[in-house]
Design a protein around this ligand. Sequence first.
Ligand SMILES: [Zn+2]
Length: 211
Amino acid sequence: MYFNAHTHLHEEVNHEVYNLYVEEEICANFSIGIHPWNASEGLKILPFIENYVQKKECVAIGETGLDRIQGPDLAVQEWLFRKHIELSETYQLPVIVHCVRCWNELKMIHRELNPTQYWVYHGISKANLINEILHEGFILSIGANVLTNEKLQAAIKQIPFDQLLLETDDSLVPIENIYHKIAELKGIPVIALQEKIASTFKRIFSKWNNG
Ligand SMILES: [Zn+2]
């Protein structure tokens, strides 16, 4: 199986964590949160989020996070992000984190809150941050940009399998292509990579259910 840690495109396969939107119908193995770009609506949507979080099909919080380029003022985003972390701790669910040019802020919040739940740093593109993010204890989820980003390709070897997940996010690239690229970069057969990712995936998304 090609486990997909984060996708916005529902393919009705049961080996993915689908990023559900409020008002969408619940499906197996979804995550729910308010994207930092939409943080202004946070106060209005937050109570609905908590309803979704309590469903047995909810396997993660997010995506949520901080974005210096898009979305409302960072203070608004941070307030909402912290609300998501409260949900993560209360309901014991991992968090899928979106972070654009806010690594220092994210790191400081992580240190301050010292969470019991896994934080999955998704869609990383900055290879030079990888060591620090791993050292901080985050899980890294790698997406389609590994197919073209050479610095990221060169850094893949440093990521231990127990901190590595793969995802398609909003890309139309099949998840299989990302597995093949990572297997090549790691120098292992695809089947061996699938086993390692499956094991990390099931540890992080402990409520995941293959129906
Ligand atoms: Zn996403």
